[in-house]
Design a protein around this ligand. Structure first.
Ligand SMILES: Nc1ncnc2c1ncn2[C@@H]1O[C@H](COP(=O)(O)OP(=O)(O)O)[C@@H](O)[C@H]1O
Ligand SMILES: [Mg+2]
Length: 269
């Protein structure tokens, strides 16, 4: 039996659809419409699709920032609703999110130390000394110099800020890390470094990722399996080789046609 970290069953989320104050209905948007996926431990599932197809909505449901309209999320064998009812902190320990915009996802008024210590204190209840040691370890894990830990986010480059975001996600040793367009705001050369770091961390720590991107070339670089989303639905899911060699859905073929061939120069966005 495969060791499944997270599974979604017919997950849905819509927005709007309610009544306006003066009568009439607000338009209903089915942002995520019946998504069933599973991710095995130590693996990376890529979610790819164009802007507005529901990727971030799916990500926010996975990490508990947004309630599903219907369907279930099963995390480490247990429905998330149940988990949250029993122990909300334990749930938040288990799933972490890395955001697209590295700088704005970090509190500008907190030092890196304060940013990294927060989950250690809130989620793990570590003592001051334990936190200090773990913060140093986290900085090393993401290849940042520990002596910079008392600086503020704006003193770092975009790529370094994303490393801080990754360190924060790693802090409480989550079972699942959801990365929502984690390299989309970075230059191509920095993208490659951050992707290498993510792969390296996955190997060393046995991490499980859901990696979201609109960029098929990025997804190809890091994922084992790929799910293609289109208007809130997964139109195709398979191993990387299947998706790239034998795309079944017309939309996937269209996406592939816009990806640079390996060896050729990366196309300009
Ligand atoms: N809070 C919200 N209120 C209303 N509509 C939303 C909200 N969040 C997302 N949507 C809509 O849901 C759809 C999917 O959005 P999103 O999940 O952000 O897509 P993606 O991340 O793939 O670009 C879009 O049509 C978007 O406008
Ligand atoms: Mg998005």
């Amino acid at each position: 039996m495969p060791d499944v970290v997270v599974e979604t069953r017919d997950l849905c989320r819509s927005f709007g659809g309610g009544r306006r104050l003066l009568g009439g209905l607000k338009p209903l948007v089915r942002a995520v419409d019946g998504v069933s996926l599973r991710v095995e431990r130590g693996r990376t599932l890529g979610i790819v699709g164009e802007s507005g197809c529901g990727k971030s909505t799916l990500a926010r449901m996975l990490v508990g920032l947004l309630e599903p309209s219907a369907g279930t999320i099963i995390l480490d064998g247990k429905p998330v609703d149940e988990r949250k009812r029993e122990n909300r902190l334990d749930f938040h320990r288990k799933v972490q999110l890395v955001f697209q915009d590295p700088l704005s996802s970090l509190n500008p008024r907190k030092t890196v130390r304060q940013i990294l210590e927060a989950p250690l204190q809130v989620l793990l209840g570590m003592s001051r000394a334990e936190r200090a040691a773990r913060v140093t370890e986290l900085m090393r894990l993401v290849s940042l110099r520990p002596e910079f830990v008392d600086r503020y986010p704006h003193e770092f480059s975009g790529g370094q800020c994303q490393r801080i975001g990754i360190a924060r996600a790693l802090a409480a040793e989550p079972a699942l890390i959801v990365l929502d367009e984690p390299v989309s705001a970075l230059d191509v050369s920095i993208q490659a470094q951050v992707l290498r770091l993510l792969k390296d961390l996955q190997q060393r720590l046995g991490l499980t990722y859901v990696f979201i991107s609109h960029d098929l070339a990025v997804v190809e670089n890091i994922c084992d399996r790929i799910a293609v989303m289109y208007f809130g639905k997964v139109v195709e899911e398979g191993s990387k080789a299947d998706i790239f060699r034998r795309p079944a859905h017309d939309y996937t073929k269209l996406l592939l046609a816009s990806v640079p061939v390996p060896g050729r120069r990366h196309s300009q966005r």
